[in-house]
Write a protein that binds this ligand. Structure first.
Ligand SMILES: [Zn+2]
Length: 361
């Protein structure tokens, strides 16, 4: 027997609710990655009821647009999926906090998107709302990635805002990340006759020395400071306790500022490790903040003027691939993401909506 309240899954979304109540309704709509269809259906129905929007759909990805012929177009994006529920649905309110799976990551952001879609029939910039699936799983399933490949025209915009949780700060762009393997080789031999061999692990010393001596850049872009980092994250070598090893592999992760392209990042690493074989095993580009654009300047001013660099990798980089500068700005608290006691502060949801409405009205 359970003493918990009966779970009644809503069938429709009520966009006239305030942002907090709408977030609660979204949390009560389970949408673990891969099971977004009922929520995507509800989002589509709610958007199709708004005559000022054109609505397109691909799979569980919904794109809604105003077509007012404004000089600029702003895209607002959010993912519909959550990590697996952990006894934290349905939602509950305690004081100023809304608890529940996805409240911070990122149904509060989705609620703000839906509120803007419903309440701004005549925004001062054309708006594109993107709701996508499978953000919390392998990158190749990411709905936004699929839209970028299949329908880049749906995503055309001058500026994009990803409403992932930033606690109400504007986080510009994101850093790029690249992983490489540096494989050192030698000659295997018996440790008792080591002069017959050539120790590959010893060759790693030079690689590690270059890493230790490396001075990472601090780069200012559009007033935001990005800090790069070049670090060994794994090292493997050794055959047995009595063998001179003939192989040692150092894995290095480079987190780089978004003024470098992946090709430039790779060229830089080949320079740093000149004389050693470098193999790129993983690469995701960074994203420029684009805060020099007029719409972005207005945006930062409207959101309180507090911008900081984004250090992780986020889906904003997918917009960069389309030439659309993008920032992260959302009501969720990133520290709460994926936690059993995940919550979102209700006043931050209201504040986020209020500031975006002010910017777009
Ligand atoms: Zn998220």
């Amino acid at each position: 027997m359970s003493s918990e309240p009966a779970t009644s899954v809503p069938t429709d979304l009520d966009l006239s609710l305030d942002g907090g109540a709408l977030t609660a309704q979204l949390v009560d709509f389970p949408s673990e990655s891969g099971d977004e269809r009922p929520l995507a259906d509800a989002v589509e129905r709610a958007l199709r009821a708004l005559p000022h929007l054109r609505v397109d759909r691909m799979g569980n990805n919904i794109v809604a647009r105003t077509e007012l012929g404004r000089a600029e177009r702003v895209l607002l994006a959010g993912h519909l999926d959550t990590v697996p529920i952990a006894d934290n649905v349905p939602s509950r309110v305690e004081g100023d906090r809304l608890y529940g799976c996805g409240s911070s990551d990122m149904k509060s952001g989705v609620a703000v998107q839906l509120r803007l879609a419903a309440t701004l029939p005549e925004p001062n910039r054309d708006l594109t709302f993107v709701f996508y699936d499978c953000e919390e799983v392998d990158a190749d399933r990411n709905g936004l990635g699929h839209l970028v490949t299949r329908h880049p025209d749906w995503l055309a915009a001058d500026f994009a805002v990803l409403l992932e949780g930033t606690e109400g700060y504007v986080e510009g762009g994101c850093q790029g990340t690249m992983r490489i393997k540096v494989a050192l080789t030698g000659t295997r031999a018996h440790a008792a006759r080591s002069w017959l061999g050539d120790n590959a692990i010893h060759h790693a010393a030079e690689v590690l020395g270059r890493l230790a001596a490396y001075r990472p850049r601090r780069v200012e872009i559009d007033g935001l400071e990005y800090r790069e980092g070049l670090n060994a994250v794994d090292i493997r070598g050794g055959v047995a306790g009595n063998v001179i090893p003939d192989e040692c592999v150092v894995t290095v992760n480079f987190r780089y500022a978004p003024d470098r392209s992946p090709a430039e990042a790779e060229a830089h690493l080949r320079e740093v490790f000149a004389g050693f074989p470098v193999e790129v095993t993983d690469s995701s580009p960074g994203a420029l903040p684009g805060l020099d654009r007029p719409s972005a300047k207005d945006f930062v001013a409207a959101t309180g003027g507090a911008a900081r660099a984004k250090f992780g990798w986020t889906d904003v980089a997918r917009f960069s691939a389309l030439g659309v500068p993008a920032v992260n700005y959302g009501p969720g608290d990133p520290n709460m993401a994926h936690k059993r006691d995940e919550y979102c502060d209700l006043p931050v949801i209201a504040e986020c909506e209020r500031r975006l409405v002010a910017w777009l009205s």
